[in-house]
Design a protein around this ligand. Structure first.
Ligand SMILES: [Zn+2]
Length: 355
């Protein structure tokens, strides 16, 4: 059953990924993130196939703790490739744990408290500012104290949603901010270590491929067990019909749809890659697998951020916050786990470039 592809920890997920990659004779490239850490944290990239073949990029763990699902799908894919002996003529580029720190420490953000999907800015000057409503919400979102047992957050958040409407709230909170280093959805002040590794090596990973499909695996947005493929603005404008044919009309959505599930975001990885490889046919889709409702997920993010910055790592409040964050981005439910791995493989099959 597909739930067996889920690993209990980053270290175990990494070990299994590298082992499975070696079995299919992939070349494995490892890029350490924090050389001083007791347990090594690294981005591992497994590449199979010829330099000029059309490429399928599957990436996991940009948002740390979301990597449990992404890693499971990558492992399942490697096992499938072993069975098929890669007869398809595709260059597979599997990027494992883009944010290994967050994966290992059960955080959505990295070692700098940065959301890596808000960290790909076009220029150094862009690492500044915050959405207009963020300052007003900062006290509610990012209290400077350990988690308390009396968490009035849900009620307050619901009140704000009632007052501002959900799209406006999502836009304000999740768009990305560059002014509150301990706050949620912080995008950093410069490209982080993980971002630099990707930026410095992605051209080598893609070699001479002209046709590239990139599926970036995420969890935590949308109804439990459902999925959506979130497209960049340019892809949605220009290639919507092709995506609809490939993945199904109901499964695709632009990143910026005002009343949709997603929200406008700055500094994202996909648009950066498309810009960088604009002379090639580069198609990007963020695959989002739903877990729980947005208020529960946001409350979990808030409590974990609070515990991380202000709580003792052995306190019950800290451990509870970590457990809830993990549940919100990787539910224990075996039914959910089976379903999302199978859906992940389905999407990969649908999106695989044709020769
Ligand atoms: Zn994510």
């Amino acid at each position: 059953m597909s739930e067996r592809y889920f690993s209990p920890s980053y270290a175990e997920a990494r070990r299994r990924f590298i082992e499975a990659a070696r079995v299919v004779n992939a070349s494995v490239h490892s890029y350490a993130i924090n050389a001083t850490a007791k347990n090594e944290l690294a981005i591992d990239v497994a590449i199979i196939g010829a330099d000029a073949d059309p490429a399928l990029v599957v990436s996991s763990g940009v948002h740390g703790v979301e990597g449990f699902l992404g890693s499971a799908v990558q492992l399942a894919l490697l096992e499938r490739l072993k069975a098929e002996n890669n007869k398809r003529g595709i260059r597979y580029v599997l990027i494992h744990a883009v944010n290994p720190y967050g994966f290992a420490h059960l955080r959505r953000v990295n070692e700098d408290n940065v959301d890596l999907n808000r960290n790909y800015m076009a220029s150094a000057d862009d690492y500044a500012g915050a959405p207009s409503g963020y300052a007003a919400l900062n006290g509610l979102l990012n209290p400077e104290s350990p988690p308390s047992r009396l968490e009035p957050f849900k009620a307050k958040a619901l009140w704000h949603i009632w007052r501002t409407g959900l799209p406006a709230l999502k836009e304000t909170i999740a768009r990305g901010q560059y002014e509150y280093p301990r706050g949620l959805f912080y995008g950093g002040k410069k490209p982080c270590a993980s971002t630099q590794i990707v930026q410095n090596h992605c051209a080598a990973w893609l070699a001479a491929s002209r046709h590239i499909v990139h599926i970036d695996l995420h969890t935590g947005l949308g109804p439990h067990g459902s999925y959506k493929l979130l497209l960049t603005e340019s892809d949605y404008a220009e290639h919507r019909d092709g995506y609809a044919k490939t993945f199904g009309t109901d499964q695709i959505e632009p990143l910026t749809k005002p009343d949709g599930m997603a929200y406008r975001v700055s500094g994202q990885w996909g648009p950066w890659m498309q810009q960088h490889f604009q002379t090639r046919d580069y198609r990007f889709a963020g695959a989002e697998f739903g877990t729980y409702d947005v208020i529960r997920v946001l409350a979990a993010l808030r409590a974990e951020n609070r515990a991380h910055h202000y709580g003792a790592s052995d306190s019950p409040g800290y451990l509870k916050a970590k457990a809830e964050l993990r549940e919100c981005f990787c539910p224990e439910s075996l039914a959910w786990r089976r379903l999302v791995v199978d859906l992940g493989l389905k999407i990969i099959g649908q999106g695989s470039p044709r020769r």
